[in-house]
Design a protein around this ligand. Sequence first.
Ligand code: MLT
Ligand code: ZN
Length: 456
Amino acid sequence: VPLPDRFLHALATIAGDHHVLTEPDLRAGYETDWTRRYHGSTPAVVRPGSTAEVAAILRLCREHGVPLVPQGGNTGLVGGGVPHNGEVVLSLRRLDAVAAFDPGSGEITAGAGVTLATVQEAVRAQGWNFGVDLASRDSATIGGMVATNAGGIRVLRYGGMRQQILGIEAVLSDGAVLSRMPGLLKDNSGYDLAQLLAGSEGTLAVITAVRLKLVPQQPQRAVALLAVEDISAALRVVSAVRRTMPSLEAAEVFFPEGLELVCRHARLPYPFPATHPCYLLLECAAQGDESAPLAGTLAAIAGIRDSAIATDRPGRDRLWAYRERHTESISVEGIPHKLDVTLPLGRLPEFEHRVRAVISGAEPAARPVLFGHAGDGNLHVNILGLAPDDDRPDDAVLRLVAELGGSISAEHGIGIAKMPWLHLTRSTADREAMRAIKSALDPAGILNPGVVIPRA
Ligand code: MLT
Ligand code: ZN
């Protein structure tokens, strides 16, 4: 349904003509997600430049009953940020100011459109760092990362986005502005609305700014890439290192099929003379050099078939590339079905052992590529060779996850991609409580309809 002219005119009055995009070529980048699996179309992309403009846009949309999809850097992987039913796209990228950085307390206030890399650069020179890091750091925005409760490669040490939040500014669906950035470490005065909005995927309010806590910069880093016999061995290594080295910051796992794709598409030499059944990448970060204690700890662990350690930046980047370039290499090979699951650590080996057979049982032509965050029990099950709408392997994998007591989404969220399976790991009572919260905060259902909560 085309939008009435007076609605578009009012949008342009709020955000400015230049910031209401209606031409197809200008809209295109907002209509398809990063994976290229999810497409939609929008009559207009609006790019407000302030919280007041966001509030005015929400009041206008509510008055006209026009639904909208909030969007940050559009790096999500579950189709939660693209317009599937002709919604208006509300791009928050212009809210890109770092409003305050307090090096004394280690806190920063960033607009929703500030990229992760900008936050990292802003604080590092002052001895601080940000606890969350992920490969899409140059495009992913702080607002989108909070809205989706992004995880990444350091959850083991610092937690995900939820654990970094000290305050939030957000606009409710009626245009009211919630603003709670008290700069207080302790604040136990009622419901924690910031935590409620974290992971709500744009369905409860539009996040416009966030106050975040920082972590001390750890200038010395040691990275080890290990070849091991299987994922059980990898988990034994992670457990041993965790117990002796509080500096452990990342524990990432991948397998020969992913390594082959990375080496071919990123044109990298193989890391070891032989191939091995499983690879584990560890990073320790501290004020001093951790390479000797790390090597000492690893020397005492049985079952490590080969290893490489690097402390200098080029050497560390070279080892990290084998893990970090998985996502792009898989996407060069084809459009994957991406499943992001978490298992109780004790069930992870059984899952990894069974999942490939479950996938080929559902579709013999499917090609699984597994990698992920071993320390978090989080595997990214990517499946190549499937038609975009052939969900049989997805269904089989997610049922296995539920059977083993896991979650159908560890860190990517539900979006629209995981909607059919939410009931597998969230109870009826859970889903009813979520629906009640949604109807209280967005009674007209204009915020990211069809995501997390099924359409009415
Ligand atoms: C990662 O861990 O690299 C991200 O979650 C991206 C992905 O799953 O492809
Ligand atoms: Zn991940």
